[in-house]
Design a protein around this ligand. Structure first.
Ligand code: CAA
Length: 403
């Protein structure tokens, strides 16, 4: 067993770390205060190949492995969750799915510009009244000739006002919809310019304020049949597949957030004095710092294992859900303790820890709540949920010619 990162991994880590410090950190506090997404960051991400980091070179990607994607997520979220969310949505929820489920036409038309960062992709599953309960979605996709007519509204969509196209889910079989049979759901690529698509941003969020989150409404949107991803009725499985990849990026990003909390607290506790000594010497502060160290190490091991499983072509639904649950929970704890270590200063945005605290909360909700991940673990352990062989898989790394 080899726990060492390769030279390529170390180089991805270094480059993304430098990128985040140079491109994302400047002006971040103001963007967060003003709830402002900076499109320029996307342009710079595209220029530095991050948006196609683990996509095959054949499709314009950088050809790195899935662990490189995790490392990039860690480094981006070390600076800001909003930046990591871009990778979660564009690569995790969308591009990896087109790579695995898309046909040749879809890979050429959509995946290739996505991998090059020329087009930005998002994902629309959740609706105003359906999040965890995927079969509760109301969006419909009725086949008419060589088109599907989509009607519905998607909510809490990252990059809603930014993305060029969305992978959306809706019912193609209304009888199955009424029976809550998930084999009636299908997946489609919907382009922003399609008539009947409107989007908007959500304001007043607790966190991810330098990111864009919103809604996508579809009214009688005509989607060409060639934009159906997979077969009719495979939408639920595709959504689960998307979420598995998205959860992986959230887990890795959360490890980065914990490390950011730890580093901020180490610096602060060496300089801030109380009772005539640096607070680093007080045992209750040490306890919080020890918890952050443990949280980071555990979270990293969990997401690395899930990344390694992807590289070798193993299904990692169970391991990814565990990594997501634990890393997000540890990030919430680390962020809350960071504010505590910083005392009153942690309560203001003079220090980044209050932003970490607000951002950490979201990750225990989006891409599958903490409760969903826990239920999955219990059901695996109890034998209610079986580790199924995957029929549609992420291509193992290194990518072969058949990808
Ligand atoms: N890859 C491929 N196939 C998969 C899969 C994966 N990762 N996960 C499941 N499947 C397949 C299964 O193998 C199964 O196929 P077969 O029947 O052919 O064997 C089929 O899909 C059904 O899977 P399950 O039996 O696991 O389905 P379930 O009904 O037990 O799932 C659930 C229940 C775990 C609660 C699931 O519905 C779930 O994860 N819900 C949470 C959804 C969620 O995360 N929503 C929020 C996402 S969007 C969002 O958060 C918005 C935002 O980012 C802002």
């Amino acid at each position: 067993m080899n726990f060492e990162l390769t030279d390529d991994h170390l180089s991805v880590q270094k480059l993304t770390r430098e990128f985040a410090a140079k491109t994302i950190a400047p002006g971040l506090r103001e963007r967060d205060r003003e709830n402002r997404f900076d499109r320029n960051i996307l342009t710079k991400m595209a220029e530095s190949d991050i948006l196609g980091i683990c996509l095959p070179e054949k499709y314009g990607g950088a050809g790195m492995d899935y662990i490189s994607l995790g490392l990039a997520c860690e480094e981006l979220e070390y600076i800001d969750t909003s930046a990591r969310v871009i990778l979660s949505v564009h690569i995790g929820l969308n591009s990896l799915t087109l790579l695995s489920w898309g046909n040749q036409f879809q890979k050429e038309k959509y995946l290739t510009p996505q991998a090059k960062g020329e087009k930005i992709a998002s994902f629309g599953l959740t609706e105003p009244n359906a999040g965890s309960d995927v079969v509760g979605i109301q969006t419909t996709a009725v086949k008419r000739g060589d088109r599907y007519i989509l009607n519905g509204e998607k909510m809490w969509i990252s990059l809603a006002d930014i993305a060029d196209h969305f992978l959306v889910f809706g019912w193609t079989d209304i009888v199955k919809k009424n029976k809550r049979d998930h084999t009636g759901i299908s997946a489609f690529i919907v382009e922003r310019p399609f008539a009947g698509v409107t989007t908007g941003s959500i304001h007043g969020k607790l966190g991810v304020r330098a990111g864009n989150t919103g809604w996508v409404a579809m009214q009688d949107v005509e989607v060409p049949a060639e934009n159906l991803v997979g077969n009719e009725g495979e939408g639920f499985k595709i959504a689960m597949f998307c979420l598995e990849q998205g959860r992986y990026t959230v887990a890795a990003g959360s490890a980065g957030l914990i490390r950011a909390c730890l580093d901020a607290c180490v610096t602060y506790s060496h300089t801030r004095k109380a009772f005539e000594v640096p607070i680093a010497e007080h045992q209750l502060v040490k306890e919080m710092i020890a918890g952050m160290e443990a949280g980071f190490q555990i979270s990293r091991l969990l997401w690395l294992k899930a990344g390694w499983m992807r590289n070798v072509g193993l299904r990692a639904t169970r391991e990814t859900a565990l990594a997501k649950w634990i890393a997000c929970e540890q990030a919430e704890k680390a962020a809350a303790d960071s504010v505590q270590v910083h005392g009153a200063y942690g309560f203001s945005d003079e220090y980044p820890v209050e932003r970490f605290y607000r951002n950490a909360k979201g990750a225990s909700i989006y891409e599958g709540t903490r409760e969903i991940q826990k239920l999955m673990q219990a059901d695996y352990a109890l034998g209610f949920r079986a580790d199924r062989p995957r029929r549609v898989n992420l291509p193992p790394w290194p990518f072969g010619d058949g990808v």
